[in-house]
Structure formats: C-alpha cells, structure tokens
Design a protein. Structure first.
Length: 83
C-alpha cells in the first residue's frame, strides 16, 4: 500500500500537523521518522494516504506548517517527492 510520510522537525510540530489535517478531514498517524530518511535525531513522520497529499499540503500551508521533507512509500522503499 502506498502512502506519504511528511517529516516534521519535532513531535510537537508533528502533533500540530496532525491536528491541522484532522480539521480538514484527513486521517494520519505519527511515529518516529526512520533513521535512513533524515539526519535529524528528533524528526517525526506524519503518515497520510496517497490520495490525501494535495489536500494535506493545502491544509498545512493554510496553517503555516511547513514539512521538512515528504516521501512516498512504495513496497518498503522511500522516494523523496518534495524537499
């Protein structure tokens, strides 16, 4: 199953993102970002469905919440889609 990981700089920032997404009706979950995706020790990932990316970016932009990185996850591999 494909999904996107939106990388946040901290757990607090990820929680803010999750609340903004929820207000827009987008389901998400938060977890520690995989080590091989970021050099930031405290980075967290917000996972969303692949069909929600455009709406999620709009919701985050509306609330001035900028992701550090965004990755598409396909069959256990990660591909960065936006810096």
């Amino acid at each position: 199953m494909e999904h996107y990981l939106i990388i946040a700089r901290s757990v607090t920032y990820a929680q803010r993102m999750q609340r903004a997404l929820a207000r827009s009706g987008i389901r998400s979950r938060i977890f520690r970002a995989p080590r091989d995706l970021t050099d930031r020790g405290c980075a967290y990932a917000v996972q969303i469905a692949d069909s929600d990316l455009t709406a999620a970016l709009t919701a985050l932009h509306r609330e001035s919440l900028d992701p550090v990185q965004i990755f598409l996850t396909q069959r256990g591999t990660f591909r960065e889609v936006r810096p």
